[in-house]
Every structure is written in C-alpha cells, then in structure tokens.
Design a protein around this ligand. Sequence first.
Ligand SMILES: Nc1ncnc2c1ncn2[C@@H]1O[C@H](COP(=O)(O)OP(=O)(O)OP(=O)(O)O)[C@@H](O)[C@H]1O
Length: 278
Amino acid sequence: MEAIEVTGLRKTYGGQDAVAGIDLVVARGEIFSLLGPNGAGKTTTVEILEGHRRRTAGDVRVLGEDPGTAGSAWRSRIGIVLQDADDAADLTVHEMVKHIGGFYPDPRKADEAIELVGLTAKRNSKIRTLSGGQRRRVDVALGIVGRPELLFLDEPTTGFDPEARRQFWDLIRTLAADGTTIVLTTHYLDEAEALADRLAVVSAGRIVAEGTPATLGGRGAAEARVSWTENGTVRSEQVSDPSDLIRHLVASGADLSTLTITRPTLEDTYLSLIGATR
Ligand SMILES: Nc1ncnc2c1ncn2[C@@H]1O[C@H](COP(=O)(O)OP(=O)(O)OP(=O)(O)O)[C@@H](O)[C@H]1O
C-alpha cells in the first residue's frame, strides 16, 4: 500500500481554484518534497492530506484512509510540523514534549525526542526563553514524539542556523531509514535536493513537474557548460557530453587550471519551470 494516493484533488475558495486538479502518489518510506512559489497551493494540499481542510473534489487516501473522515487512531499515526506552530510558552521543553507525547499510544520518551532535535541542553528551559530556531526544533520534537508513520514538515528549517539545518537533515534521513514516510514542503532548494527521493513542483494549483532531484524538468539531460582559459581569455562551450571537448583541450595543451564544468542547478531548473508556467 502507498502512504499517500491522491487523484483529481481540487479546492476552491470563493470560486477560485487554490488546488486545480492534483494527482500524487507517495510510497511508504519515501521522502517526498513539494516545491512551489507563494500561493501555489502547497499548504492547502498538505492540510487536506492532514485532515485539517475539506476538499472540493477528488479522491484522497492517506495511510489507507480518507483524511476527511478518519478518526483518532489514524491521526495518531501522523506527525505534523506546521509552518507557524504556536508554542505553549510557559512550559519547559521537556514538559511540553512529554505532554504532547501523552496523546499517542506508543510515544518516544520525551528525552529521546528532545535529543533527536539537539535540544538536550535546553531540556529544562521555558519555551518562551528559547530563540526562534530553538522553538522550531521544539516543533519538530512535537512532530516526532508520537513515532509517526508519516511526517508532514512545512518549511521545517526556517530560522535554523546552518549547523542546525545539517543536524535536522541527518535526523530526517534517520527517520526515513527507519521507514517513516516524509512529506516536506520547503522553499530551500538545497534542502529539497539534499533530502528528497522525489519532488513535485506546484504552480497555480497544479503539478507542473515531478521527478528526482537529478532528473526534474529534464535536468539530467541538460547540457554542460565547459569553461577554460585560452591565451588569457575565458572561453566556454555548451555540450551534452564534455568528454570529447576535454580530450581535445588536453591534446591541444590548453591551460586547464581554471577549467569548470557546470550543469543547471536545481534552482535554475525550478525557476525556469515556474517561469514557464506563469
Ligand atoms: N482560507 C482561505 N480562504 C481563501 N483563500 C485561501 C485560503 N487559504 C489559502 N487561500 C488561497 O489559496 C491559494 C493557495 O494558498 P496556499 O497557502 O496553499 O499556498 P502555498 O503554496 O502554501 O504558499 P506559501 O509558499 O506562501 O506557503 C492562495 O492564493 C491563497 O490566497
């Protein structure tokens, strides 16, 4: 059974399509990332999958059930890290994580969840005394304390410092290796590239491209730009396979100390996909 199966999903607000027909399958154990500009329909889609919003049309199965009608047993199998979680600021980190863990049938120990997000040193601090990035880590701890089979992360690393982001990425990989399915919404393309097995780009309520980070939008087949210096001048050529050109340059004794070979980044591909659909 797939973790998520969506066909023909639509959501309209006052006659306007926020989600205009989305088909989506996420396999169990997969890290799936949703990308797209502000207002594309990502949060609306994810909130429907979480059972927090009603759909206008379409068929949705999440862990085998319809989120619109599924009950608390289904809910306890899902973890959610929202974009703007509002913490109960007067509790300590440990009190809060323990409290939320109490709602699940087989929670992690609060200290284990706190350690997984790297907050052990702040275990006994009141949440209101934490920095923005530390609070975000509490949100993540709350999302994983119930040992979810499926974890939704909506822009999880906003406000994280670079080291905290890398730690968070390791955590997500560990959870996925344990079999947790992860749906990640992010505006950080390096994050999507580092984590996602597959990604989909949403624009104006539709999926405009889907693939792996390496192949999205034809990226795998994109030409490489080879640059080098010749007689003090920078030369560059665009080729599908640089091997012949490099052999030729080596044979001709060209100066290759400044040689670079670049292909479109995920960000380049994403921006051209978004630009083409606007
Ligand atoms: N409750 C609502 N009532 C009316 N319109 C809404 C509502 N929620 C979202 N929308 C509209 O639906 C569209 C999709 O919004 P959504 O929040 O799903 O986008 P998003 O892709 O998550 O954007 P962001 O990257 O900014 O979080 C937007 O045009 C938004 O204004």
